[in-house]
Design a protein. Structure first.
Length: 99
């Protein structure tokens, strides 16, 4: 078990998170979380001063196309295909029970 994490810590956090853990689940969570903290401590101990920070392991760049204006759909044709229209717009049923 981790020296950084006690059973009481897990019980307190479970209470704050409103988790109803059985005694077996508390023991298992204490062990698993303790193992995680030990692993993080191992990572913290690494000398990473010469390692460049990165956000992506592959050298990706954004692939952008030219911003070219192209003709869109004909408004009247699109509205003609709608089940209901009103004042040149789509009419949709009310949401949330409002009329």
């Amino acid at each position: 078990m981790s020296e950084r994490l006690t059973r009481d810590d897990v019980v307190k956090v479970a209470y704050l998170a409103r988790l109803d853990l059985t005694p077996d689940e508390v023991e298992r969570a204490t062990e698993q979380l303790g193992d995680m903290l030990e692993h993080f401590a191992d990572i913290d101990a690494l000398d990473l001063d010469d390692v460049a920070p990165m956000t992506q392991p592959y050298p990706l760049v954004n692939v952008m196309r030219e911003d070219v204006v192209e003709p869109g759909l004909d408004r009247a044709e699109v509205l003609d295909a709608a089940p209901q229209t009103e004042d040149g717009r789509f009419r949709v049923p009310p949401t949330g029970g409002e009329a």
